[in-house]
Design a protein around this ligand. Structure first.
Ligand code: NAP
Length: 288
């Protein structure tokens, strides 16, 4: 039997075991997916143990995604640019590292008819989700990506990612990327009013953040029906931003399909098979 794990901490709330174990069972794959609670100080020891036990692969979540990058032998282009790994495939002791959040974002966006190629995109946030989305948009030929940061220290972090993007993408395919503070309301408003796709990858609106009843947009007038709105948050299913989008007549989607499809991409990397996402959505996500 093949064995897979989720490693990170805390992980007990994760939907990944239900998602992958159901997919293995539907497709008749002899494999199990379990949890392996691992904080940063224990990561390299855990990885050595998983290798010695010939574990086929694992997902990685906070706080281990960056450190996992340094423990892999070969990285995908997106993992290299983001310096973050959420999926590892172990091939006879050689560790291949990937990051699949960006793939999940692209599939969710396209499925909802959102355009990425040649699009003018506004991205709110500079954390892990924002970095994955930035790289995916750049690799998928967005024309312009306007990023807004909260704290100055976070802007410095994402500048490094933008520099790595410059070397990873041929100059004639490179999007125009700007980085501005969320606190500059006139600039933020101008960008959002002119954007084709607005993405919220901050915690503002997320359950448990203390900001669940807030949106970074003070009012509806910033949105036109021509603006598509992608919310990375999946809990709650309809954030204040998505309620604003609905009222303004925009197309919108929450973070659940991104979550589902990043898992489906890990599954494809490990097994070579397509995850039966319709059944997984119905039996795992609809109860979430
Ligand atoms: P993260 O790395 O901690 O980043 C959080 C981001 O939110 C940072 O840019 C942070 O800015 C910003 N932020 C926090 N408080 C803020 C505030 N009061 N005002 C403005 N910005 C604020 O977390 P993450 O992993 O990127 O996750 C971000 C969101 O995406 C979460 O809601 C998470 O659930 C969601 N997510 C969804 C998926 C999916 O598959 N759908 C995957 C990953 C994450 P500073 O650091 O500068 O304060």
């Amino acid at each position: 039997m093949q064995q897979y794990y989720l490693i990170g901490s805390p992980i007990s709330h994760s939907l990944s075991p239900a998602m992958h174990n159901l997919a293995f069972s539907i497709l008749g794959i002899d494999a199990r997916y379990g949890l392996c609670e691992t904080d940063l100080s224990a990561l390299s020891g855990t990885v050595e143990r998983l290798k010695s036990e010939n574990v086929s692969g694992w997902n990685v979540t906070m706080p281990d995604k960056q450190a996992m990058c340094d423990l892999c032998d070969i990285l995908s282009p997106a993992a290299r640019v983001s310096h973050s790994v959420n999926t590892v495939k172990n091939v006879e002791g050689t560790l291949y590292g990937y990051t699949t959040d960006g793939d999940g974002f692209i599939r969710a966006a396209k499925e909802n008819g959102f355009q990425i190629e040649s699009e003018d995109i506004t991205l709110l946030g500079t954390g892990g989700a924002a970095v994955s989305i930035l790289i995916a948009c750049a690799f998928n030929k967005a024309a312009e990506i306007h990023i807004f940061y909260n704290r100055t220290s976070s802007a410095d972090r994402i500048r490094t990612v933008i520099e790595r993007l410059h070397t990873a993408i041929e100059s004639d395919c490179e999007p125009k990327i700007t980085l501005e503070p969320l606190s500059d309301e006139p600039v933020l408003r101008k960008r959002i009013c002119n954007t084709g796709l607005l993405i919220n990858a901050t915690n503002v609106g997320m359950a448990g953040s203390g900001k669940e009843s807030e949106s970074l947009l003070p009012d509806l007038s910033w949105l036109s029906p021509d603006t598509d709105v992608f919310e990375a948050i999946y809990n709650p299913g309809k954030t204040v931003l998505l309620r604003q989008a609905e009222e303004a007549g925009c197309r919108y989607v929450n973070g659940l399909p991104m979550l589902l499809y990043q898992g489906a991409e890990s599954f494809r990397i490990w097994t070579g098979s397509e995850m039966p996402v319709g059944r997984i959505q119905k039996e795992v996500f609809d109860h979430f």
